[in-house]
Design a protein around this ligand. Structure first.
Ligand SMILES: NC(=O)c1ccc[n+]([C@@H]2O[C@H](COP(=O)([O-])OP(=O)(O)OC[C@H]3O[C@@H](n4cnc5c(N)ncnc54)[C@H](OP(=O)(O)O)[C@@H]3O)[C@@H](O)[C@H]2O)c1
Length: 333
């Protein structure tokens, strides 16, 4: 396993983490035993940076992970997130009616205790604000998170999908260790403004959905997604974008095959290639995919490869927004 430095912490984590969301939520049915086996395999193979959130299946994902986390506490760096709430208490996704975001200090204090209980640990290694609450100054949310650090409930503080200006304001209150934002071949929003700011401040980028939610491997399967599959709500799997993205995926997969790898591996290698200060967290519930993703950390892309990838992306620019309209309002605040 290769390792990369985490922000200004002096810690080194595996060059890819493990996104655990799909083990309980969002991407179709999951098998609990298969997920647990995948967590054990991640541990054996040195993937020591695991990612969850309190909202994934309304806390069930944190409970699932705790089964492997607790007996192996010193070997895993655990990250979780807070802020999404459900009006009727029923688990849902970020853009669903009845889901709202709460970055208030009162909620920060309640949410952390609930996560600690579900994870069955004394301290969370990295605690992210899942979004920036547009109705609350970011300094207030982060101020409440600093109290958690002082109380020994949280070691490091992170933000997710924050704007460059919020990152600066937050970092002035307390050093921010990581920014978790979507970053992949199809989502490059962070490149212009945000990446330069976090590099200046020594904050690690943790790209989520680095495989574009599996689009390279599942776009031809969209008709088989179940009713609850979150991807059904995403523009990228709908209307004219679906056709564009099918062709894009096909060409990326063909190019990957010419190099003897899978499109998902090429996509992950591209993200890893963007800088040593980037630690992506590809998500999977399967050992086979986990192993393939780890193998992608050894895949070197040449200047020529990057040019070919860029030319494919330019050929199919109508990829569609990454979220529905409602969810887009909660990013880059
Ligand atoms: N901060 C945020 O707002 C936010 C938002 C979304 C996600 N996240 C975090 O980021 C993590 C990763 O993102 P993500 O899960 O949304 O998307 P992703 O990593 O881009 O893609 C996950 C999808 O790709 C499939 N996959 C993974 N490896 C594969 C392989 N080698 N070959 C073929 N298919 C493969 C998975 O299938 P299987 O499910 O069948 O294994 C799953 O459907 C999540 O688990 C979550 O922890 C954070």
């Amino acid at each position: 396993m290769q390792f990369r430095k985490l922000g200004n912490t002096g810690k080194e984590l595996s060059a890819i983490g493990l996104g655990c969301m799909g083990m309980s939520f969002a991407y179709g049915p999951a098998d609990e035993q298969e997920s647990i086996n995948t967590l054990h395999k991640a541990l054996d193979l040195g993937v020591n940076f695991w990612d969850t959130a309190d909202m994934y299946a309304n806390g069930e994902n944190e409970k699932l992970i705790s089964k492997v986390l607790v007996p192996n506490r010193d070997k895993i760096f655990i990250a979780t997130k807070f802020g999404f709430r459900f009006k009727d208490g029923k688990a849902s996704h970020s853009g669903a009616p009845g889901t709202y975001f709460d970055g208030s200090p009162e909620w920060v204090r309640q949410a952390v205790d609930a996560s600690l209980q579900r994870l069955k640990v004394d301290e969370i290694d990295l605690y992210y604000a899942h979004r920036i609450d547009p109705n609350i100054p970011v300094e207030e949310t982060v101020g409440a998170m600093v109290e958690l650090v002082k109380a020994g409930k949280v070691k490091y503080i992170g933000l997710s999908e924050a704007s460059a200006s919020s990152i600066r304001k937050a970092n002035a209150v307390h050093p921010i260790t990581a920014l978790q934002s979507e970053y992949s071949l199809l989502t490059r929003d962070v490149e212009n403004e945000i990446l330069p700011v976090i590099r200046e401040l020594g904050i690690t980028l943790v790209p989520y959905s680095p495989l574009a939610r599996g689009l390279f491997s599942n776009i031809n399967d969209v008709q088989n997604f179940g009713a609850e599959d979150f991807r059904k709500s995403l523009p990228r799997y709908q209307d004219e974008y679906l056709e564009n993205n099918r062709k894009l995926a096909q060409e990326i997969n063909d190019f990957a095959a010419s190099k003897g790898v899978k499109g998902t591996q090429l996509a992950l290698a591209w993200v890893l290639n963007q800088g040593e200060d980037i630690i992506p967290i590809p998500g999977t519930k399967r050992i086979k995919y986990l192993e393939e993703n780890i193998a992608a950390t050894d895949l070197k892309l040449s200047g020529e490869d990057l040019i070919t990838i860029d030319s494919i992306l330019k050929k199919y620019p109508h990829v569609g927004e990454r979220y529905s309209e409602g969810s887009m309002k909660l990013v880059n605040n």
